[in-house]
Design a protein around this ligand. Sequence first.
Ligand SMILES: Cc1ncc(COP(=O)(O)O)c(C=O)c1O
Length: 334
Amino acid sequence: MVLARLPRVDLGKWPTPLHELPRLSDALGGPRIFIKRDDLSGLAFGGNKCRKLEYLLSDAKQRGVDTLIATGSAQSNFALQMAAAACKLGMKSYLVLFKGLHPEMQGNMLLHSILGSKVSLVDIADSKEMFTVLPQRMNQLADELRSQGCNPWIIPVGGSVPLGTAGWAYAAEEIERQLGEQGIDIQHVILANGSGGTQAGLVLGFKYLRTPVKVIGISVLSKRNEAKNTVVTQVNETAKLLGLDIAMTPEEVTVYDDYIGQGYGIPTREGIEAVKLVARTEAILLDPVYTGKSMAGLVDLIRKGVFSKNESVLFVHSGGGAADFAYSQELTNY
Ligand SMILES: Cc1ncc(COP(=O)(O)O)c(C=O)c1O
């Protein structure tokens, strides 16, 4: 069974590695843990957005887009991946970013600048303004760019629309193939859930393949029900795009919202501990905003006995490590 292929541009290096984390499993006294290394996806510092951008930007190219506009926090990994993709495709890129905890010229902010992206930093009062003030600013910018003869495109937040989500449905096929080649059986896949497209793509892909794995999202942003509904909407819309007769309900989707802490982009002690644990057992670098919190979720669920010792879990490393440099204080002080 193979999903229908959509046109794509070449941005990443596939397949990304999939391997075991034996020292982490030992340290936790838990199930066998495997990792899917999308931090090594090959575009700038890697990350999960590369798979989405390959399809989104193929479509943009066909429409004659020459300038990309995206939003997120100052340390946004999506913005970084988009800025990097724009360089590879000979497009210009503009970023309208909210300041968040770390607007300083470090981590991803530094990389946006090295990649030549034009950044506007915006103050917002609360996270709701992400969906009001920032789109307004991006629309203004797009109008200005049009009046200068450019053909800009505002990329949807996190690339979580059916075209982007499809990239992660294809990733399920890649994972299934690697597990088969390595003779590994897994029962659970665990990953960070932000705008939901990565989880939705995997859920859809595994459902299509009839692979009996449970995909567990660890929310870093939204409350459980909201995150579940977002995943379901994206699964169903992406199924339509790919011509699949699949429809899901929120009851079929698993999301935990217990590891967000005080909010998006604000590190938790458990998340920082998880970053250090994985670094010190496996020499793999996670980040405090996404993968540290999702690993904290995995550690906690193992401690609570959610997975039995003879089960296997696949953790998706979705990238983000460049943000560590901006979060140096939290990473050293916690
Ligand atoms: C490192 C990292 N992991 C996970 C995610 C979450 O992916 P999604 O927005 O598809 O839920 C993001 C989103 O920005 C990210 O940057």
